[in-house]
Ligand binder design. Sequence first.
Ligand code: GLN
Length: 502
Amino acid sequence: MNDTIHATAVELAARIAAGEQSAEEVTRAHLDRIAAVDDQVHAFLAVDAGRALAQARAVDAKRAAGERLSPLAGVPVAVKDLFCYQGLPTTAGSRILADWLPPYNSTVVDRLLAADMVILGKTNLDEFAMGSSTETSAFGPTRNPWDLDRIPGGSGGGSSASLAAFEAPLAIGTDTGGSIRQPASVTGTVGVKPTYGGVSRYGVIAMASSLDQPGPCARNMLDAALLHQVIGGHDPADSTSINAPVPDVVAAARKADVSGLRVGVVTELGGEGYAPGVEARFAEAVELLSSLGAEIVEVSCPSFAHAFAAYYLIMPAEASSNLARYDGMRYGLRVNGGRYESAEQVMRATRAAGFGDEVKRRIIIGTYALSAGYYDAYYGSAQKVRTLIRRDFDAAFAQCEVLVSPATPTTAFRFGERLSDPIAMYKSDLCTIPTNLAGNAAASVPIGLAEEDGMPVGLQIMAPAMADDRCYLVGAAVEAALADRWGGPLLDRVPALEEVAR
Ligand code: GLN
């Protein structure tokens, strides 16, 4: 498969730079693909064909003028609809922002444009990035290209599905508790959550500010690394941005060598609640790492057992505070044109109509956890657990360079299966949440299909803060060895959507 939509971002950039294919042609191929399959997948909330083609033509003009092109110049990218991009609505998947046009660009968008990348449009997500299935989007769910009756993960289901459906070669996500890695895992794609502060949050609609982290989504580790390099690095506009060079993720993805590396298997991330097909593929991946020369060690992180509880206090607490700004006064929805007796009534009507059930649930939990009488018992205790989790990571990384686990306990489930059971939905992120609480880096890379349902399984690779390169080193090694074993990438086996009955 070497036509335009199946090519890697690296191949596309090379073709464009060599003049074998114009950026305009590459962009048109992806826009055509979106037009052909997105009524089935619904990965996109908005497509901006006009601007995308103009951006592509600008790259072609630069090349014709003999200007030096940046490494991903002319390569299309899809952006989660949580990032401000002037000229297109930024909805966060919510009715409360349905018609809101941002007056400025997020830093990530500015960096994509500065790198001469082509922005195809905005991808679907769970409302305010709250969810694991994209089912809480106010604009309808995204479908998993592997099986259109199943969820594509969440909250960034649109970004990951756009990759698996070959609508875009690269995409941008955000990860607060797993929203880059879990969709990557269940769609057979790659997703990386950089170190907290590694990629700017400026201009990203906030969910839980101490956990939110933008990052790259791709179909392979090297493409992800190149995108990480474009969007990463210090940003004075984000007060939590790390003022240090981006770890050399591209060199690590090219090196793809685990010989002599100590790889820790986390005891607590497996066993009860994990699907047999997930456990089988994970065990094979660990064997593969060993056969590639890694030293496998068993590592215990006892506090990980409490990560889930701590996350579901800290995240809603921060979200309840961040979402207070949607009050029907400043911007966004204002029900009935604000024609009510009092400001309180405007707020009540607007928030009742504008927010979905999951968002309301979290605002209520968060407000309760922060209320005077309960602050120490809930929020305070959760912060203590957070410290213990960080210590577990520190102790683990004294014994090994990276930690591994399944990326998710199960494969993609069917629509509706977990919607009425929030706890079951939340458990989709059991493996990914500890990393967000500690602020370090992690990735998900495909390791095959589960026997019981034929759906993709992901390997999670966790590294210390500012050692994001190790995720790429290990992920690329696994990816290369598996492609050899399978005779090609996993996504060669995704059903051709044009053959799926409509
Ligand atoms: N699924 C998790 C949640 O619902 C994570 C969301 C995210 O990372 N944005 O909170």
